[in-house]
Design a protein around this ligand. Structure first.
Ligand code: PBG
Ligand code: ZN
Length: 324
């Protein structure tokens, strides 16, 4: 026993060699989120004020962006659409000529070997900005499911490899899996936003995606930030309903959740490094308060170390050149 202590044991011996590194991030782990705005014509992109360095793209603009990301080794993208027309039920979300459907087709035509994941939600498409149908100022669950199924099928028809339902409706994964299967899309995967918290860190995204709500808030469907055991129940339900990948969101404030999900479940786990996490680091580094690249790497390493397999991050292109 005595031998297993100082001075025989010196932790600094190996540290000095920099040989042991328990956690590695690979470019294969990264998913790049992209915004496609149907209102942009005649140019490739517009900057997003709340997220310096991020853009809304036109359809032709996003094709270029995906080509560039692919050339940097990034294998998958997560697409959000901003339609020219919004209505009460979000009909543009399941229009086969909608902004996402056209973008997916163009990307699949022009880019080889890219995994296209489509966000599957109503908030960018509804005039009230909620993630589900609204009746008497309430977001109603079951009538929403039917529409989510329709959106899934139209995205799969356009060529999406994976759909990512983000609205936190109960039963959404089951209904989407059933609809996809009955329409013959048995190989279209589902990445479910299984444990999505009602977080203030989504603020910048709502400007980016024009998806802010016109009344109320999302506390009736997204999780209370205080709850951890509830996240495990949410994950378990989505696993049983047929999710292929489950997600915890946000990421860096929720490392405890990532770690608990990893310990309990064997299903692939994604973590969403959200807009607020992006904008905080970006703003602080613009002010010179911290080193951008180092903090990005530290944050993403923490997410992997906690147990995530995949990281959805707006930093993907920033750090791809530093990864193998
Ligand atoms: C909407 C959605 C949100 C995000 C992804 N999908 C915001 C919200 O729930 O209001 C947040 C992503 C981010 O902040 O980067 N279903
Ligand atoms: Zn939504």
């Amino acid at each position: 026993m005595m031998n297993e202590m100082f001075p025989n044991v010196r932790m600094r011996r190996l540290r000095g060699l920099k040989l042991i590194k328990e956690t590695r991030i690979s470019v294969d782990d990264l998913i790049l989120p992209l915004f496609i705005d149907e209102n942009i014509e005649g140019k490739t992109k517009n900057p997003i004020d709340s997220m310096p360095g991020q853009y809304r793209f036109s359809i032709e603009g996003v094709v270029k962006e995906v080509l560039e990301a692919r050339s940097m080794g990034i294998k998958s993208v997560l697409l959000f659409g901003i339609p020219a027309r919004k209505d009460l039920i979000g009909s543009e979300a399941f229009n086969n000529q909608g902004v996402i459907q056209r973008a997916v087709r163009r990307i699949k035509e022009e880019v080889d070997d890219i995994i296209v994941i489509t966000d599957l939600c109503l908030c960018e498409y509804t005039s009230h900005g909620h993630c589900g149908l609204v009746e008497n100022d309430k977001v109603v669950n079951d009538p929403t499911l039917d529409i989510l199924g329709k959106i899934a099928v139209s995205q799969a028809e356009a060529g999406a490899d994976m759909v990512a339902p983000s609205g936190m409706m109960d039963g959404m994964v089951k209904v989407i899996r059933d609809k996809l299967d009955t329409q013959g899309f048995v190989d279209t995967a589902i990445m479910s936003y299984a444990a999505k918290y009602n977080s203030a860190l989504y603020g910048p995204f709502r400007e980016a995606a024009d998806s802010g709500f016109k009344f109320g808030d999302r506390s009736g469907y997204q999780m209370n930030v205080s709850n951890a055991r509830e996240a495990l129940r949410e994950i378990e339900l989505d696993v049983r309903e047929g999710a292929d990948i489950v997600m915890v969101k946000p990421a860096i404030f929720y490392l405890d959740i990532i770690s608990r999900v990893r310990a309990r479940f064997d299903i692939p786990l994604a973590a969403y490094n959200v807009s607020g996490e992006y904008s905080m680091i970006t703003a602080a580094s613009e002010k010179g308060y911290l080193n951008r690249e180092e903090v990005i790497m530290e944050g993403l390493t923490a997410i992997k170390r906690a147990g995530a397999d995949l990281i959805i991050t707006y930093f993907a292109k920033d750090i791809a050149p530093f990864l193998k």
